[in-house]
Write a protein that binds this ligand. Structure first.
Ligand code: GDD
Length: 433
């Protein structure tokens, strides 16, 4: 892959947010190719061999709920062979066992591909027991089952990816119509990790376009309906503290993203579809220097966000207006209820959700989402022990002792009582509209 270096970088304490980077060539050739061109300071070449090395250390999580099996098969065919694929399904098991059908189909194509997929159901009682044993009970509902939601499936799969010894974890939605786009996203994850100088890195895909049929013609829309608003509000949050307007964030809702395992372990998460915007909010909360930081190592090494613009269009299942509205409201909620959200921005958000009729005029944004403390508070040895008889246990590595839970880590950073606000920002600094 050949990719431009980031033109703009927004710096926020030790956090670097790179502006969107364009891919110029999908195939960058081999590391020591005979025809290697001269060094070009504004382009980066990520050779095949390097992509391959990173992919061997990467788990790709595919969350599934009620998707067409043909779509899932297409997605799996696009994931590079050496990535460990983890499929976490929350499809219904009654009256017909949809998960059984999915697993059967996945194992069948796995035979042709000669690869072992790790396939689990989000509500599997054995996994539930393992989560309980790990002490990470936040994921469980009142009945003791793992909660519904895309984020909840992603958190669970991150725990499994860690047991598989992976250094990187990436996410690809299972309703993508183009296997070629899936392959490209994974290559872009690798490119971001290759370019990063920090072990705490996140790579987010900014789709080139989303094709739609408008008046019988194909129209390639640049952004999704929710992202436009999420990006604007996240950028205002940054502007408020830096005092400079910015448009750096273009991937506020990026479902397609990947993290180094070190990063994945250091973040608090939020539920459902709010997880992606909350990545930005939480990194600013934890490491932006506004609240007392929970890890000196992260403060020293820094956090890097890469936003890479894919070449393939993104075509996925359309799930309706209400779904987009719910997703957008959830994104607004995590910003609105963040301890670092200044009053002036709160007023902005409220006005925006009323104007867009996501809420009625008199309604406030209630706190309806769940929050999950960073995963390093889980006991992975106990988690693994409970899963030792599962068919996928041979995929796990021996030593999972890197993260040892400490009582004080079990708190959410966004818990305002726990978070010490060093400096209360003055109002009125916010750049509005
Ligand atoms: N395991 C699991 N559990 N998977 C789920 C669940 C769940 O409860 N709910 C949804 N999924 C899966 C879906 O099957 C799909 O593969 C993926 O998660 C995304 O869900 P969609 O419902 O298709 O979301 P979307 O396409 O509208 O939105 C996507 O793109 C947004 C950016 O535009 C998501 O990735 C959003 O998170 C993202 O913000």
């Amino acid at each position: 892959m050949k990719i431009e270096i980031s033109r703009e970088i927004e710096r926020f304490g030790p956090i670097k947010i790179h502006g969107v980077q364009k891919v110029f060539e999908l195939d960058g050739g081999l590391k020591n190719a005979d025809n290697d061109e001269e060094y070009n300071p504004i382009m980066q070449r990520i050779a095949y061999d390097i992509q391959h090395e990173i992919q061997e250390q990467m788990a790709i999580v595919v969350p599934v709920r009620n998707e067409k099996i043909k779509l899932i098969e297409g997605v799996l065919s696009g994931i590079p062979h050496h990535c460990q694929v983890i499929i976490v399904s929350n499809s219904p098991r009654e009256p017909m066992d949809r998960f059984k059908l999915e697993k059967d189909a996945i194992e069948h194509i796995g035979r042709f591909m000669n690869r072992k997929f790790l396939v689990v159901h989000q509500k599997d009682p054995v996994l539930t027991k393992a989560v309980e044993a790990s002490g990470y009970k936040h994921l469980l509902d009142k009945k003791g089952n793992i909660k519904n939601g895309k984020a909840e499936g992603m958190i669970l799969s991150t725990m499994l990816a860690y047991l598989c010894g992976k250094k990187y974890v990436g996410f690809i939605d299972s309703d993508n119509y183009f296997p070629g786009a899936v392959l490209e996203y994974v290559q872009e994850y690798c490119a971001g990790f290759f370019l990063s100088a920090s072990p705490f890195t996140m790579v987010r895909i900014s789709w080139h376009s989303k094709p739609k049929v408008v008046e019988s013609n194909l129209f390639f829309a640049k952004r999704g309906r929710a992202s436009e608003h999420t990006n604007r509000i996240l950028n205002r949050l940054i502007s408020y503290y830096t005092g400079y307007g910015t448009e750096i964030i273009k991937t506020g809702n990026a479902g397609e993203h990947a993290l180094t395992m070190e990063m994945a372990m250091q973040l608090d998460y939020s539920s459902g579809y709010s997880i992606e915007p909350y990545h930005y909010v939480n990194v600013l909360e934890r490491y932006g220097g506004i609240l007392a930081p929970p890890s000196d190592k992260v403060m020293k090494e820094g956090v890097e966000f890469f936003q890479i613009e894919s070449r393939n269009p993104h075509l996925h299942e359309v799930k309706g207006d209400q779904h987009v509205k719910d997703m957008s409201l959830a994104a607004m909620e995590v910003i609105y209820h963040s301890p670092i959200c200044p009053p002036a921005l709160k007023a902005n958000i409220l006005e925006d959700v009323h104007n867009r009729k996501l809420l009625k005029k008199e309604e406030d944004i209630e706190s309806q989402l769940h929050y999950y403390p960073a995963l390093y508070s889980a006991d992975f040895k106990k988690f693994k022990e409970e899963l030792k008889n599962e068919e996928y246990a041979p995929l796990f590595v021996q030593d999972v002792s890197k993260y040892t839970p400490r009582e004080k880590d079990k708190k959410l950073m966004r818990d305002t009582k726990a978070a010490k606000i060093k400096e209360i920002p003055k109002e009125g600094k916010l750049e509005v509209k």
